[in-house]
Design a protein around this ligand. Structure first.
Ligand SMILES: NC(=O)c1ccc[n+]([C@@H]2O[C@H](COP(=O)([O-])OP(=O)(O)OC[C@H]3O[C@@H](n4cnc5c(N)ncnc54)[C@H](OP(=O)(O)O)[C@@H]3O)[C@@H](O)[C@H]2O)c1
Length: 335
């Protein structure tokens, strides 16, 4: 690491109570992106302990290997399946799908689009899109399209399936979703400025991706309610949770290590940051069209359910996001 940021190691306060309140997930299959660390790791461990078969969708790395070993250690009876899937490449997502299809022969009960990167340099992916937008939203859009028949199958067999996206309070840090961030303009979207939180091109691009995650949920909710209400669409936000997200940003020059360590004292542990995701994945009380987190703008605490917000849940933003996302993946997506 170039910077010397170390996590403050915050206490976990609410996780056990929530986990103990969740029903069994026996006979269910859950696919989660980004389980090598942070919130995805604890979501994967938790649903495995609840009895689900778990697909771990990660880019190949030593982190992917060692996190799988740790999951197997923490959950000896866990039914884990590793699937290579690099969200910086549409080809990688497409290549992952046949394996997902094979593992999910009885359908997919939950697709959890969790993986993300934050405030990285202004770089293009191999497909030409902003590295943050493709990782955080566009590849998840493609993955959701590919997995839709599996979600439909689970919803028919077991009466319900779920799509869970992962947003952030950063969704408030940009005024509106802009088309250019969803276009093949990677590397030309505001530069590398902004090494304090909430300013400069890096943070504008991150905020756009997290707004896209929320708006995508609003689109899915509307379309699924009309055509297959057995599939619920919901979105979590974790407040401010200490994970490797901040470490990666510090390493890339998007946050200073001293400031980050100070800021994270106002946050919560990784496990408590997983509460919103877990409620969306497994809590029967969470309805389609919900935003689940520690308050709409909250940084820590128990995860509660709220309605989606009108600044992205409106016809103009929804139709723009859907059209630009289809254009980006080069395919239509009918529900
Ligand atoms: N922590 C917070 O305070 C916070 C706040 C708001 C929102 N969130 C959201 O929570 C989600 C999870 O983040 P986290 O906090 O748990 O951070 P994290 O510990 O850094 O985990 C991020 C995960 O995403 C994966 N990932 C990154 N790029 C990928 C790619 N190209 N292909 C596949 N996987 C990739 C990482 O895997 P690698 O090992 O391959 O890098 C890692 O498993 C993100 O969507 C983030 O925006 C977090």
């Amino acid at each position: 690491m170039k910077n010397s940021y170390t996590k403050p190691n915050l206490d976990t306060k609410y996780f056990d109570d929530l986990f103990n309140s969740l029903p069994s997930m026996d006979n269910k299959t859950v696919a989660i992106t980004g389980t090598t660390s942070g919130l995805g790791f604890y979501a994967a461990e938790s649903v495995a302990k609840l009895g689900a078969k778990v697909l771990l969708l990660n880019r190949p790395s030593t982190r992917a290997e060692s996190s799988l070993n740790l999951l197997r250690q923490n959950c000896a009876n866990g039914n884990f399946h590793r699937v290579d899937c690099d969200l910086q490449s549409f080809d990688s997502v497409k290549t992952a799908f046949p394996k997902i299809n094979e593992i999910c022969s009885d359908g997919l009960d939950v697709l959890c689009n969790n993986a993300g990167v934050m405030a990285l340099k202004d770089k293009a992916t191999i497909d030409g899109f902003d590295v943050q937008m493709q990782t955080n939203h566009l590849s998840h859009f493609l993955l959701t399209k590919l997995c839709m028949p599996l979600l439909e199958k689970a919803s028919q067999l077991r009466d319900e399936a779920r799509i869970v996206n992962h947003s952030s309070i950063a969704r408030f840090q940009t005024k509106r979703l802009k088309e250019k961030f969803l276009e093949k303009k990677g590397g030309n979207l505001g530069g590398d400025g902004g090494n304090l939180m909430f300013g400069g091109g890096r943070w504008e691009r991150y905020a756009q991706t997290k707004l896209a995650n929320a708006a995508f949920t609003a689109c899915l909710h509307e379309k699924l309610q009309k055509n297959n209400p057995k599939i619920r669409a919901m979105v979590a936000h974790p407040g401010l949770a200490e994970s490797d997200l901040q470490s990666t940003t510090v390493e890339d020059g998007g946050m200073g290590s001293f400031f980050t360590k100070y800021l994270m004292k106002f946050g919560q542990s990784e496990k408590d940051g997983t509460l919103g995701l877990l409620r969306c994945i497994a809590d029967p009380k969470i309805n389609s069209g919900s935003m689940v987190g520690p308050g709409l703008k909250g940084m820590k605490g128990k995860a509660k359910s709220f309605s989606l917000e009108s600044f992205y849940d409106n016809p103009e933003v929804k139709s723009m996001l859907w059209a630009k996302s289809c254009e980006a993946i080069g395919e239509s997506f009918e529900i």
